[in-house]
Design a binder for this molecule. Structure first.
Ligand code: NDP
Length: 336
């Protein structure tokens, strides 16, 4: 079993030496456990936060521990009554090629409905994030104008599509570069797009949302959040899903992190800004998964996975999220 263990806490962007690549024999499964050969590892922006010390919504990965990650794979053998060799499963299996894992914490997945990597994207954690972030936290209402950042990414691409399905009158995405922007409009069916790398963000938000924004789904924070705040409508909602532009900022947030300037727009517009963590909706995942799966099998929900081959590339591949080199849900494929 090969594993990436956290060797030290990164400063700024993670580096190769922040991890140790360790090889050790795979233990036998004890009662209630399942042995899994991991096929795909989910690479998520949140992993950067899990490497930091300090209080957060989840405890930090300890130094010397296997790096935390969602993953999907194939059961090798099982001492849990619900699993048998050959079953396809997903769970919090970590950045390793194999896992010995409690069966109670594994989920069986149906690969006749969608390929295994999709269970790390549209039918997995990012899908749940988009669904509950838009509908519950964002309180999407019929006729809303919706703006979403990181719009070509795992979460953002789904937010826009879900919003359209649930009655938004106009959905605008923000993405970096012409290729991603074309995809957002031509493939995902958004009504408008902003290329934040090549346009002045404030002018572009005003152009695309001339009557203001009812729901801003924020994946990036920073100046883009500020531009959205400046253009809210009465009773708007701002769903704080993530702030990827801030995750590699060094120093304490507040010292060097970006603080929004336009928050008084919340007061003027009697608007609401609310952060959320997808895990809080865990007891309702089945409800969302059913609806997402139905759309998916009807061909009504576009999804795109960016699959990078090679377990050993993990530290470099993770960085793609922060440079925008990933195009779709970033997944690491474990070679066999
Ligand atoms: P994506 O697939 O969207 O990949 C990240 C994208 O972020 C990049 O492709 C890039 O797109 C964009 N990006 C990177 N740096 C910047 C920057 N400085 N400014 C603007 N955009 C940038 O990732 P996910 O869909 O997995 O995650 C999106 C967000 O959702 C993250 O903030 C993540 O932490 C959050 N999240 C939150 C959850 C929760 O429970 N609250 C759960 C899951 C995700 P581009 O090329 O367009 O710049």
């Amino acid at each position: 079993n090969r594993q990436f263990r956290l060797a030290r806490r990164p400063k700024g962007l993670p580096e190769r030496d922040d991890f140790d690549l360790v090889t050790e024999p795979l233990a036998e499964a004890k009662d209630g456990e399942v042995r899994v050969a991991i096929d795909y590892i989910s690479l998520d922006p949140a992993m950067r936060g899990w490497m930091n010390a300090g209080k957060s919504y989840i405890k930090p990965v300890g130094i010397g521990e296997v790096m935390r990650a969602g993953a999907a794979g194939t059961v090798i053998d099982s001492k849990h009554p619900d699993f048998a060799a050959g079953d396809k499963v997903s769970g919090n299996l970590g950045v390793q090629t194999h896992a010995v894992f409690p069966g109670d914490e594994l989920r069986k997945v149906d690969t006749s409905l969608a390929d295994l990597p999709v269970y790390l994207g549209a039918l997995g954690m990012p899908g749940m994030t988009a669904y509950f972030g838009t509908l519950d936290v964002g309180q999407l209402a019929e006729g809303d104008v919706v703006l979403v950042s990181a719009a070509s990414g795992a979460v953002g691409a789904l937010v826009g599509q879900i919003a359209k399905k649930k009655g938004a009158s106009r959905v605008v995405g923000i993405a970096g570069g012409p290729e991603k922007c074309r995809y957002v409009v031509d493939e995902l069916g958004f009504d408008g797009v902003i290329d934040y790398k090549n346009e002045e963000i404030n002018d572009a938000v005003r152009r695309e949302c001339p009557d203001g924004i009812d729901l801003y789904f924020d994946n990036v924070g920073g100046e883009i959040l500020d531009a959205a705040l400046a253009n809210l409508r009465l009773h708007a909602r701002v769903a704080i899903c993530g702030a990827i532009s801030q995750y590699n900022v060094t120093g304490n947030v507040g010292d060097t992190g970006y603080a929004p300037r336009n928050y008084l727009s919340l007061l003027i517009n009697r608007a609401r800004m609310e952060g959320f963590i997808v895990f809080d909706f865990a007891d309702r995942y089945p409800e969302a998964a059913r609806e997402m799966a139905a759309w998916l099998s009807a061909g009504e929900l576009k999804h795109r996975e960016d699959i990078v081959e090679g377990f050993d590339t993990f530290p470099d591949t993770l960085l793609k999220l922060f440079t925008g080199e990933n195009f779709g849900k970033l997944v690491l494929a474990v070679e066999r």
